[in-house]
Design a protein around this ligand. Structure first.
Ligand code: HDE
Length: 747
């Protein structure tokens, strides 16, 4: 065969694919004359829509004004590689012809795919599922006598914060509303260095010594063989652990109480759990426990609601947090301190302050308010901020110090250690969300992902080469010189730590009957999911040592005999502050659903909407179809609305069943509600009633409530006027739920 030049070989190869070798018409691949028939019709790409803008008319980042510029990586409006080379095309890889293989030389392709392949970082071993927000902490100045920490001491001082809320057990993609403890971790970017308050929504912990942490977490997370259940404590290994390590009983009861299923992050208390030590300018110390008190009060879901939300809206808490901030209903908490004298015994009213399974009732040591936290900005990028934020109990400014709580001491090791793997190296403090707002001059150098370019040659002290820099400050952080008792080295705990039951009894006795009923049901549900008889029996024995009524009720549900207590039950003084029932709270940011139909008088609804908005709440119009009803914009249809979203329900109508097109066959057949009313509205009413939410109706809505007989039950309001109904419903909402509606068998 006649030899051909390389140029002829290339030309032939190209012609074989594209035809005559003429370039394609831009936007019309394959428009040259093909010699090979195309298997598909070439389709021209859609043109960019006009509102997409041009590089010189849009901001490069889309960043909200006022946001910190360092949080944004985009530096221009043009698409570039990671090296800043502008690109013509990011939709087609470089191929040996349109139908040929991809070429290894395509750097843009490899860079794009390789980076994508490594987008995920390991999830947190605990607290993997979370949501975070930015905010501001304002000091009341009331702690100035107790601590020299400037962000607490100076009145009116504002400090930037970032808060991350979380569940403990579930994986990153698990549901928000599972029964679990919630994390409440706050990073204060103070002028004197970062302070991390890494707390929970419960004031006690499962274990007393950090060395058991891997054990409780192995027991509480999924079973290792099948990796189920996800985000649940209702399984054998959890109950095996807590019934064998009885110091876990106190925290377990908090989890079984309504605190385990919060209504919202905004309605959770937060606790530092451990006792900390504050030191003032004079070197005087006190012991303190940190508390976060939510402005809206402490409120919970009911169990069925939590379960429904796990399926209907697994992002329930995350959405609630971000919606509230975006609607301007900024979540607020007050920071409070319980203050105790710093005595050598480190006890208060006989309670060992180093034992993290014990509380000090607020009736004995009131919570003194020292500042206010307002969350006012949602993250711009979830990964950069919420995933990469790294908390650590050792991040303390001058004026705050740790104690010897053996759980706290272990945590001081764990948090730094875990970030080394999770954030791939020792320089995670340089990630924007973790950067202190105080000036940094450390002697840490090099390592993976080093972003700083350190000058000088002498990162050691003293030195004579960098002018002696950096200099120690005699006003800097003080480790309080606490005397360490002379004692033999032992693997042991103080004797007082051995009381595992009296405070569980205190918590139980502080609950109202309806809260006790919820606790009984939670234990009965969770133990009912266990397979091992021995575990159920062992946990029943623990309940017998807490309270006979509790034990007997759960035993009855499990179909097992109730054991007798192993010892006489202690006398305890209840702490009413622990109960969530019986107080009145603002309803800011709460959601009221308004059911309408196509025949509604929209004037009434406009008035009600205005009043709801004026009260700082959110009205959501629920109609048979999307779009508009008269002048009203529909926000939920009967198909998309589910009761869990609403804190109260108003019926402005009794909608008749919608045409077949809108109602699934099973929904139509299944609902037992009032005949002639859309079954989905019946379901809404039914669930809101079962979940003890306020319900009101006027016009045909009132008529419907009368026909069902619901108007005669607590918390259901009928009235001639819409505003009359709303006023009564608002009053009911201040108590969070219509508590009388729950069936109670104890008490
Ligand atoms: Fe944690 N905990 N923990 N913990 N914890 C972590 O740190 C650990 C404990 C808490 O939103 C991990 O960065 C040990 C008590 C929160 O990023 C890890 C012990 C309290 C968060 C870790 C405890 C907490 C964590 C996993 C027993 C309440 C989420 C990822 C000694 C006062 C922080 C990470 C965030 C996270 C260890 C006990 C709260 C592994 C060893 C008690 C809110 O370091």
């Amino acid at each position: 065969m006649e030899a051909r030049t390389p140029a002829e070989v290339i030309k032939d190869a190209v012609t074989a694919v594209t035809g005559d070798g003429k370039p394609d018409v831009p936007g019309k691949p394959g428009s040259g004359t093909p010699t090979v028939a195309e298997p598909t019709e070439p389709v021209a790409p859609l043109p960019p829509s006009p509102e997409q803008g041009q590089p010189d008319t849009v901001t490069p980042t889309g960043a909200p004004t006022g946001a910190p510029p360092e949080a944004f990586a985009q530096q221009g409006a043009y698409l570039t590689t990671a090296q800043g080379t502008r690109l013509r095309d990011t939709d087609h890889s470089l191929k040996a012809g349109p139908r040929g293989p991809i070429l290894l030389q395509d750097h843009h392709f490899r860079e794009k795919i390789t980076h994508f392949d490594h987008e995920r970082i390991p999830e947190r071993v605990v607290h993997a599922r979370g949501a975070g927000a930015h905010g501001v902490f304002t000091s009341y100045g009331t702690a100035s006598k107790l601590t020299r920490a400037g962000f607490l001491a100076a009145k009116g001082k504002e400090t930037d914060v970032f808060v991350r809320f979380s569940t403990v057990l579930g994986s990153r993609g698990s549901a928000d509303t599972v029964r679990d403890t919630r994390g409440f971790a706050t990073k204060f970017y103070t002028d004197e260095g970062t302070f991390d308050l890494v707390g929970n929504n419960m004031p006690v912990f499962f274990i007393q010594d950090a060395i058991k942490f891997p054990d409780i977490i192995h027991a509480a997370k999924w079973h290792p063989d099948r990796e189920i259940p996800q985000a649940q404590s209702a399984h054998d290994t959890f109950w095996d652990f807590v019934s064998l390590h009885t110091e876990a009983q106190h925290h377990t009861m908090w989890n079984m109480s309504d605190r385990g299923i919060p209504r919202s992050y905004r309605t959770m208390e937060g606790f530092g759990v451990h006792t900390f030590r504050l030191v003032n300018d004079a070197g005087e110390t006190v012991l303190v426990k940190f508390h976060w008190k939510p402005k809206l009060g402490v409120h919970s879901l009911v169990w069925e609601e939590a379960q429904l939300a796990s399926g209907v809206d697994p992002d329930f808490h995350r959405r609630d947090l971000y919606d509230a901030i975006e609607a301007g209903a900024y979540p607020e908490w007050e920071l409070g301190l319980q203050v105790f004298p710093d005595t050598p015994e480190e006890t208060f009213a006989g309670i060992d302050l180093l034992d993290p399974t014990k509380i000090v009732p607020e009736e004995l040591a009131p919570v003194q308010r020292v500042g206010k936290l307002v969350l006012n900005r949602t993250p711009t990028n979830f990964h950069a901020e919420v995933e990469q934020v790294a908390f650590h109990l050792g991040h303390l400014p001058p004026g705050i110090d740790v104690t010897n709580d053996p759980l706290l001491q272990g945590r001081l090791f764990s948090y730094l250690d875990t970030q080394l793997t999770r954030l791939a190296g020792p320089n995670f403090h340089q990630i924007p969300i973790n950067r202190p707002h105080a000036p940094v001059n450390d002697m840490l150098r090099d390592g993976f992902h080093q972003h700083a370019v350190h000058g000088g040659v002498a990162p050691y002290r003293p030195n004579s080469l960098d002018g002696g820099n950096p200099f120690p400050d005699s006003d800097g952080f003080v480790d309080v010189p606490v005397t360490v008792t002379e004692a033999p080295k032992v693997r042991d705990l103080p004797v007082s730590f051995k009381d595992h039951f009296s405070q569980v009894r205190l918590f139980w006795q502080s609950m109202t009957p309806v809260e006790q009923e919820h606790i009984i049901r939670a234990y009965t549900f969770e133990l009912g999911k266990c397979y091992e008889q021995a575990i159920k029996e062992r946990q029943l024995q623990c309940l017998a040592d807490i309270d006979p009524v509790l034990c007997a009720s759960v035993a009855e549900g499990l179909g097992l005999p109730a054991p007798a207590p192993t010892a006489a039950l202690p006398e305890v003084t209840p702490s009413p502050a622990l109960s969530q029932v019986g107080r009145q709270w603002p309803a800011d940011g709460r959601i009221i659903g308004i059911v309408i139909d196509d025949d509604i008088k929209t004037d009434d609804i406009d008035e009600v909407r205005e009043s709801i908005l004026a009260a700082g709440m959110v009205p959501l119009i629920i109609a048979p179809h999307g779009g508009k009803v008269g002048t009203l914009t529909v926000q939920r249809t009967f198909a998309t609305a589910r009761s869990i979203e609403f804190d109260a329900l108003l019926l402005a109508a009794a909608p008749v069943p919608a045409p077949d097109a809108f109602v699934a066959r099973d929904e139509k057949a299944g609902s037992p509600g009032t005949a002639g009313v859309d079954p989905r509205v019946n379901l809404l009413i039914d669930e809101c009633w079962r979940h003890a939410k306020a319900i009101g109706g006027w016009g045909s809505g009132a008529q419907l409530l009368r026909e069902t007989g619901l108007d005669a039950t607590p918390g259901v309001v009928v009235h001639d006027t819409a505003t009359g109904v709303l006023a009564a419903v608002q009053k009911l909402m201040a108590a969070h739920r219509v508590w009388e509606r729950f069936p109670v068998t104890v008490g």
